[in-house]
Design a protein around this ligand. Sequence first.
Ligand code: GAL
Ligand code: ZN
Length: 672
Amino acid sequence: MQRPFPATLLYGGDYNPEQWPTEVWHEDMRLMKLAHVNMVSINIFSWALLEPEPDHYHFEQLDGIMDLLAQNGIMADLATGTASPPTWMSHLYPSLLPVTREGVRMSHGSRQHYCPNSPDYRRKTAALLERLATRYAQHPALKMWHLNNEYGCHTGSCYCENCAQAFRVWLEARYHDLDTLNFAWGTNFWSQRYYAWEDILPPRISPAQNNPGQTLDYWRFMSDSLLACYRVEEDLLRTITPDVPLTTNLMVAFKPVDAFAWASHMDIVSFDMYPPITARPSETAFSHDLMRSIKGGQPHLVMEQSPSQVNWMPQNPHKRPGRMRLHSLQAVAHGADGVLFFQWRQSKAGAEMFHSAVVSHDSSEQTRIFQQAARVGAELRRLAPHVTGSRVQAQVALLMDWQNWWAVEYQPGPSSRLHYWQLLLSYYHALHDLNVAVDIVAPDSDLSGYRLVIAPLLHMLRPGVASNLEQFVARGGSLLTTFFSGIVDQNDHVILGGYPAELRALLGIHVEEFDPWTKEMTNSVQIAEGNMQGTYPATLWGELVHLEGAKALGVFSCDYYANHPALTVNRFGQGKAYYLATQGNDELIAALTNHLCTEAQVAPVLNSPTGVEITKRVHSDGSELYFLLNHTDQPQSVTLPAGCFTALLDDKAIEGQVEIAAVDAVILRKNP
Ligand code: GAL
Ligand code: ZN
């Protein structure tokens, strides 16, 4: 059963009162009200205080915090506190500490120093959580569980003996017998054959590159191991507090954790958002679209963003005025129903004392940061009744697959310059510039609701993926895929008989050879006619493509494959399948994306000047909300569709044209 999202826009942050005397807690309550905070995440790193010595639990301080929140009407996103075991635990159970690929056992002294396959860690987390959950099950402040914190952060993989043993169990469950494993890993290569399960190791450091099948399975196994830790907590909580929703804060662009596999175990998807100051607005938009999509479009939550600077980059500039507010409204614009900060009050000591917080070191409510946070809090409160219940609706899907990511970036591969995330972003940027709504979905998901599917670098074809794409196109959809796609199966074995294997009929092409370029090598794509006509620089990769029914829309302009196809289109059933055999520059990707959207009759939400992002959220009764976000430093104006609108942040009636100040947003409700 799905436990519901609290029916409001959530606002608040990580709250660590254990770092402060109780007088400060009372001041915090006063300030939280000023900032319109309605939820805080507590107890994230409190294990050492809850269990100061083995099996002796002390919840008195946490009782006080929970009571204070309840008295002040603030909801608790109560963390299970399992991300940082107490120091005594690593003395008592040394094998709980994680081991690097080089074989170095890590020490405690920072955080997240646990091996996900340590039986001691799992047992101790369950023992703590059982007490914690039982104690607070009926507490009025408890509104959400926050399991652990950023699973895999700092230790996305461990290579210890616990993990080696658990890996063997995982492999036996996957392959049943050694012959099947030997086949899957191709172990007749380099004399790697296994004759006993005990001989199998994690891909620890070795003289040359580790077996690709073993490496890929280790990625799968590590994501599953972290998920297994989550599931220990999940199972307990679903029994003890069946009505309280569960979340954990995922990290974006985080290779070790396959978020699609995790989503079904979370009631609410939440994630932490720390864009560098140079990030384009589309990068944060992409994170939101991914997090919204992994749970089928249900509202997600930004569990952490920084009110201003962070402390962990080489240099940490603060967020310029208005930017945090715009990021917060952008989150809502892309389907989030809440935005929280790391953290509420800036620490006085510890590794994060120079990380910004809503309440900074001068403890005042007069600071720029506090004032801005209070403004955002007031605005979210105002928006909440209009926004909650509405959803983003997309007709375009961008395909994303963690297993593909793990396989395609195996090194040494054909090119060290293949960065799957960046290639996905290159297509997302173009869609974002068009103000087209996008879902980010797995290649084996139901595509029937989409008109256009873009699948950059779909290197691995897991079972059913090719037929899923064929059905999508046959029924009238438009598909674009790109170079180095359709190369391997789920075992990371090359699919023989010519690339792109199972996609060959769909794309109507045959790729004879692929050619990963050095940084110095370039080429270009020449498109002789039509709305994409032009010559576009290309980088990264070229291919020797033969037509087998497809038509060449563009050709390479030089090198020995000059005049050979670079961009192709093939009619398949009612639809069309495109293939781009290189990485085009931004202009080519923009032209292509534009062409595909037009052809697939995918309309932008609205047209806007460069740097103005527009999204729409729709209620089940069809009523619409438009979010217009001006990311530029100049005022901008946008032409609205026919009808009367109300600007929800200031209640003004608007028709025809709307002005948006620099670094500002306008949120419009279309009046019936
Ligand atoms: C997150 C983490 C928080 C805090 C924050 C600082 O990764 O969950 O506890 O460390 O980063 O930016
Ligand atoms: Zn381990």
